[in-house]
Ligand binder design. Sequence first.
Ligand code: F6P
Length: 543
Amino acid sequence: MPKNVAENLAKLKAEQNRLSREHLRRMFKNDPQRFSNFSLNSGTLFLDYSKNIVDQEAMNVLLDLARNSGVEQLRDKMWAGEHINLTEDRAVMHMALRHQGDDDLHVDGENVSAPIRTVLAAMRSYSAKLRNGEIAGSTGTKITDVVNIGIGGSDLGPAMVVRALSPYVSEIKPHFVSNVDGSDIADTLAGLDPETTLFIVASKTFTTDETMTNANSARKWLAEALGDKAVGDHFVAVSTNLDACAEFGIQEDRIFGFWDWVGGRYSVWSAIGLSVMLAIGPENFDEFLAGAAEMDQHFLTAPLDKNMPVIMALLGVWYRNAFGYSTHAVLPYDERMGRFAAYLQQQDMESNGKSVQRDGSTVDYATGPIVWGEPGTNGQHAFYQLIHQGTDVIPVDFLIAAQGETDYPEHHEKLVANCFAQSEALMLGKTADEVRSELEAQGLSDSEIEELTPHKVFPGNRPSNTIMYQKLTPKTLGNLIALYEHKVFVQGAIWNVNSYDQWGVELGKQLAKALLPKVQGSADAKDHDSSTQGLLEHFHALR
Ligand code: F6P
């Protein structure tokens, strides 16, 4: 029987109606304790959620929703290794990859901790030797550049992490090729020397067309320069499909495995993180894992009302289902987090972009929101206009470090001031009276004031979270990623969707395969619709 999710969600509507007469400006004025009542410290991360359209009563209803939706039960099943990924009949055990204890974890009666430790040890040993030159390229020259070839979860996590942790990158320069668009690999290889380049073919399945196409082109580039025999010294693989890696010609001791209970978008903690470990070194990678484990412990043990991922998930459900807001912006005031929103797009939208419940019945409520964002302050000069005065309300997460780039302290103070100013402006808004007195002070005439006022009014009452951390370190980043992973889990549990499959990406892949011979001109396109036929004809005329 499907859980009665719609009924549970309907209870939020009454709360939303009650609060629709409120304004955050007034709520702050009436409650001097609002900030302390609606903020949380998980250890490494601090969450201020006081600038959300909630009061304690609404929070209590939301917390009841979490309880009635069986969030805690599903969380415990996940951690116990049960097959909560129903459609693929798999466990969801990415937390095991970063578990810090000496105890063993089990999936289907098998101890998974032992192979996790073995692969991690192999990664550490390989990384240390590659970084110090003990393992070199085929000509004996030190490897200086590593190209990770992968896509989706086999690319976005590592690419986001090495950019975020650029101050920790040493010895090895990481590069990422993901798109089947030849310009991606062409532009990457253009700056590289085959003698000093190592390729990581990163693919859970080792069948993904984009990745295999790029891997074959990289192999050709390398073999043309250094000969076929050099391939073994310049390629490693990360996959669950060990046979396919061997078939590609990867040496057995250069294949780093992982397991089907690690979802692609949750795999940066596994050997998929090899490019990260090579770039930042094993010790920093360990810190990254430890940071995620810290958030796991918080998620597994903190009571719901003090549980950061739970609170963030509930606020997301609140806006998605009671207010009908369809997008959610993640705006790091941290330039190095430039790929964080892109990473979260896969984590969130591939997980909860679903229209059926876990038993296959159709949902009759909204599920995953559209997630997007860019770092501040750049975004302020691009799309913030719409966030402040547009007709859509967009709940926002601001992310900010207390300590920024040490060489430029003045920059960081300005960055922080901008970040706090944005959440304040969204919350307060600016009333017509305030606008009028401002314009009066500027000496404008009455008619000018009347004309300009409506354009300068900000409605305010626009919600945001602010997540603060001391410094963007490997540990902080591990915490942050795990925070959003668990947020997505909680929302999936409430919406009763399977957050761990991704059938929605299959149809396009199948059709691309069928279309390729028609694009190549070796088959006719009569079986396609007139638009597709027309596009093919136009393409052939132009090529
Ligand atoms: O986009 C679909 C998907 O299956 C993702 O879930 C996955 O992260 C990506 O493709 C790459 O898959 P693989 O690691 O098997 O190449």
